[in-house]
Design a protein around this ligand. Structure first.
Ligand code: HEM
Length: 443
């Protein structure tokens, strides 16, 4: 990282946010040293502590679990008691086993903790069969291969336009200016949402995943509900409008005409809209930021990429492995299940830690902590999940990242990260909130 004391002007100063959520329990103080797994009682230590995620300091705890107690029970946390599954093979096996491990919102859905009783948001990622597949099939055409072919020139021209408008030799925040802007433009296209209002989508995505974060919802849960109801009103209008017109391949038209989705309740519509906004936004956005961050951490890999741009597709998979934009998915056991000598009891919640599986030394041939852009196993990463809920938008995310890097390499010698980025204080959406960079154009 560069010496930045003189370089960073006010408009890209580190944001003065609390970075802390009110209702989450921080056991670790904000700037206190992070203990090692040997210094704490791992029987009660809570890996969900947001401070661990804000400081990217969870790695040693997951390694301890993989080596000593790979199916680990935490008896108490703000999200209640939960199991952690940490090895690659086990995460894959639990993810595939949808008959014994439910995703359903009726049991609590796909994130740890109890849902809000008076504000249930059914969405197909948090449904079991057959409803899940019925709804998934309805939206799949929006991201089918023929649509990706259609999107490619559009994504490229937008990426080119944005990159050509960036300041050169002058610091700016990569997260907001590039990652958020590119993914938001794509979302507006997927929904056929008014382009000029596209930042509303980013806002609703941030609100939806941060009900307790005073930086995003200073008015607390009341504000959270009110903003989501505004989102619903907007999308209900679009849903009804699409119903009165012939079907097209945008997400809202497909939902409005789908046999199984044309009569959704308002909360089911809102739930699915939020799934698609969050799914298509945060994950891809954080992979874009991670790609620049990781290639700065390992300049030899950046040199390798510049020498051979045909490595871009593999590099994209490797970045998605390295970043793991969703750290886990939760399941609920529908019956008692034996796993590595432990009994997960019916009704208990289980976190399948993708972030740990993607560092499992038993699975990965070469150092899993390093970004290795020509890693042979890169495509075997588990960041998109496995089984019936495997990510619907994976090819679209890869396409956006591939085009971004093809266009970056055309223009810039280096995208220099000026300071350690700021991260989300969150154990589910693993990502960045701020990363100052400076662009060095090709001579
Ligand atoms: C599901 C990750 C991009 C839409 C998922 C799951 C993961 C994931 C882990 C759950 C898998 C499981 O439970 O087995 C990612 C990552 C992305 C990404 C890492 C980018 C790097 C996208 C995009 C879209 C999207 C661009 C939107 C078009 C969805 C949807 C589901 C899903 C709708 C639910 C699928 C189902 O339940 O059947 N994603 N995602 N994702 N993702 Fe993505």
């Amino acid at each position: 990282m560069a010496d930045t004391a003189t370089k960073i002007p006010h408009n890209v100063e580190r944001p003065k946010t609390t970075g802390r959520e009110k209702l989450m329990e921080f056991h670790l103080d904000r700037d206190a040293p992070i203990p090692s797994p040997e210094d704490v009682d791992m029987k009660t230590f809570d890996i969900l502590d947001p401070e661990l995620w804000r400081r990217d300091a969870h790695w040693d705890f997951f390694k301890w679990m993989r080596d000593n107690d790979p199916v680990h029970y935490t008896p108490d946390s703000f999200a209640g008691p939960y199991w952690s599954v940490t090895l690659y093979d086990d995460v894959r096996d639990v993810d595939i086993d949808h008959k014994r491990f439910s995703s359903s919102w009726e049991y609590g859905g796909i994130t740890l903790g109890a849902p809000f009783d008076d504000f249930e948001l059914p969405m197909f990622i948090a449904m079991d069969e057959p409803r899940h597949s019925e709804q998934r099939k309805t939206v799949q055409p929006a991201v089918a291969p023929n649509m990706l072919k259609e999107f490619e020139p559009l994504i490229r021209s937008r990426t080119q336009g944005l990159l050509d408008s960036l300041p050169v030799n002058e610091p700016f925040d990569w997260v907001d200016t590039v990652s958020i802007e590119l993914t938001t433009m794509m979302l507006a296209t997927l929904f056929d949402f008014p382009f000029e209002d596209r930042r509303k989508l980013t806002h609703w995505s941030d609100v939806a995943t941060n009900p307790h974060n005073p930086d995003i919802c200073p008015g607390g849960l009341d504000q959270w509900k009110q903003e989501l109801m505004e989102c619903l009103t907007t999308f209900m209008g679009i849903y009804q409008d699409r119903q009165s017109k012939p079907v097209k391949n945008d997400l809202m038209s497909l939902l409005a005409h789908g046999e199984k989705t044309k009569n959704m309740t308002p909360m089911e519509l809102l739930g699915n809209v939020i799934l698609l906004i969050v799914g298509g936004n945060d994950t891809t956005r954080n992979s874009m930021t991670a790609s620049v961050h990781a290639l700065n951490k390992w300049p030899d890999q950046f040199d390798k990429l510049k020498a051979d741009p045909s490595l871009i597709p593999n590099m994209v998979s490797e970045v998605i492995r390295w970043q793991t934009p969703l750290a886990y998915m939760r399941r609920t056991a529908l019956e008692d299940v034996e796993l590595r000598g432990k009994t997960i009891k019916k009704g208990e919640q289980v976190a399948m830690w993708y972030v740990s599986a993607n560092r499992d030394e038993r699975f990965w041939d070469e150092d899993p902590y390093r970004l290795i852009i020509d890693r042979k196993q890169a495509r075997n990463h588990i960041s998109f999940g496995f089984g019936i809920h495997r990510c619907v938008g994976n090819r679209l995310a890869e396409l956006q990242l591939r085009i971004l890097w093809e266009e970056l390499l055309e223009r810039f010698e280096h995208i220099e990260v000026l300071e350690e980025p700021e991260r989300n204080a969150h154990s589910f959406v693993k990502g960045y909130t701020w990363m100052p960079v400076i662009l060095h154009p090709k001579k």
